[in-house]
Design a protein around this ligand. Structure first.
Ligand code: ADP
Length: 293
C-alpha cells in the first residue's frame, strides 16, 4: 500500500525527550455522584489509574461514561465524592477538598478557548504576563520563540484567532498551555470536529510536541484509532458508572507515522479495544432500552 507523504510527514521528528521529574498522577478509588440528594447520578464508581510522569494516556469509552468528569476533577473544575487524586504524591483532591484549577494542569477543549480580541502572541503570552514575572518584551520574546519552535508559527503572531483555521487555533492553544510549563496537559477531544486529513495533521503536530516536551498527557477521545495511534496506554472505561474496563499498553515505536496503523501489532490492539468498547456501548444501549420501557 502506498501512502501519500505530506509536508508534516517529511519534517524530521525529534527523538523522545527524557522522562520528566514531575507529572505523576495517581487516581485512587474515585467515586463521583452528581446530585446526591436528588437524581443521584453515579458518574464514576471506584475508578483508579496511575500515570507515570511523561506518560501519554488516552481514555476512551461510550458517551456518558464519566470521561469528562474524570478530567474535570483532575483539572480542579469539579469535586469528587470519595477517593483521592495525587499529583507528584501531593494530595490534589479528596472528599471535602475543593481542588483548585492551577497552571500545573492545563486543559485544551474541542470548542477552543482563545481570547478572540487578542492576537496569537497576546494569547500565548497571557499566562506569562498574568504571573507578572516577565516584562512585556521578555514575554513576547518567549512567545515568539515557542511559536517558532512549534512548527514555524511566529509568522501568525499578529493574527487574530478568527483569522485562523480550527486546526491552527488548536495548535496555538496547545502552545499557550505549554508555555506555562504545566505538569499535565489535559486534552478533552481537542480534534473532534475535524475532518480526517486535518486530524491526521494535528496528530503529527501533537506527537512532535510530545516528543520534544514529554509532558504527561491525558487525552480523552471517542476515536479509538486516534487513541491507539497517539498514546502509550489506552484505557477503555465501562459504561456509566465509569470504572476501568481495559488498560492496553500500546507497544508501538515512536516517532509514529500513520503507516503504523496497518501493522499487525496495531490491528491486534484495535481488535481488542473495539470488542471492549462495543460491549460497553451495547450495555449502555440495553440500559437505555430498559430505562425507556
Ligand atoms: P463523558 O465525558 O464520558 O461523555 P461525563 O463525564 O460528561 O461523560 O458524564 C458522566 C455522567 O454524569 C453522564 O451520565 C452525565 O449525564 C452525568 N453528568 C455529568 N455532569 C452532570 C451534572 N452536572 N449533573 C448531573 N449529572 C451529570
Amino acid at each position: 500500500m502506498t501512502k501519500a507523504s505530506t509536508a508534516s510527514d517529511r519534517t524530521p521528528s525529534p527523538t523522545l525527550a527524557d522522562r520528566p521529574a514531575t507529572g505523576k498522577v495517581s487516581v485512587r478509588n474515585v467515586t463521583k455522584v452528581y446530585d446526591p440528594e436528588g437524581a443521584h447520578v453515579v458518574a464514576l464508581d471506584g475508578f483508579s489509574m496511575e500515570m507515570e510522569a511523561g506518560d501519554f494516556v488516552a481514555i476512551v469509552g461510550p458517551s456518558g461514561c464519566g470521561k469528562s468528569t474524570l478530567m474535570n476533577i483532575l483539572a480542579g473544575f469539579d469535586t469528587l465524592s470519595t477517593g483521592e487524586v495525587y499529583l507528584d504524591d501531593q494530595l490534589l483532591a479528596g472528599p471535602g477538598t475543593k481542588p483548585l484549577p492551577g497552571s500545573d494542569r492545563v486543559v485544551v477543549f474541542q470548542q477552543g478557548a482563545l481570547f478572540p480580541w487578542m492576537t496569537v502572541l497576546q494569547n500565548v503570552t497571557y499566562g506569562l504576563m498574568k504571573k507578572g514575572e516577565l516584562t512585556r518584551e521578555e514575554a513576547d520574546a518567549k512567545g515568539l520563540e515557542f511559536l517558532e519552535r512549534s512548527g514555524n508559527l511566529a509568522k501568525i503572531a499578529s493574527s487574530y484567532p478568527t483569522q485562523l483555521s480550527s486546526g491552527m487555533q488548536r495548535r496555538v492553544e496547545i502552545i499557550r498551555a505549554l508555555i506555562n510549563d504545566p505538569k499535565i496537559l489535559l486534552l478533552d477531544e481537542p480534534f473532534r470536529a475535524m475532518d480526517t486529513v486535518n486530524k491526521n495533521r494535528m496528530h503529527q503536530h501533537l506527537l512532535r510536541i510530545y516528543q520534544a516536551t514529554r509532558k504527561t498527557i491525558m487525552f480523552i477521545t471517542h476515536d479509538l484509532e486516534e487513541a491507539l495511534f497517539l498514546a502509550d496506554r489506552v484505557i477503555v472505561m465501562t459504561t456509566r458508572p465509569g470504572t476501568m474496563k481495559l488498560d492496553i499498553a500500546v507497544d508501538l515505536p515512536r516517532p509514529r507515522h500513520h503507516a503504523l496503523m496497518a501493522s499487525d501489532a496495531y490491528l491486534a490492539m484495535k481488535q481488542q479495544a473495539v470488542l471492549a468498547v462495543r460491549e460497553e456501548a451495547k450495555r449502555a444501549f440495553d440500559r437505555g432500552e430498559r430505562e425507556m420501557a
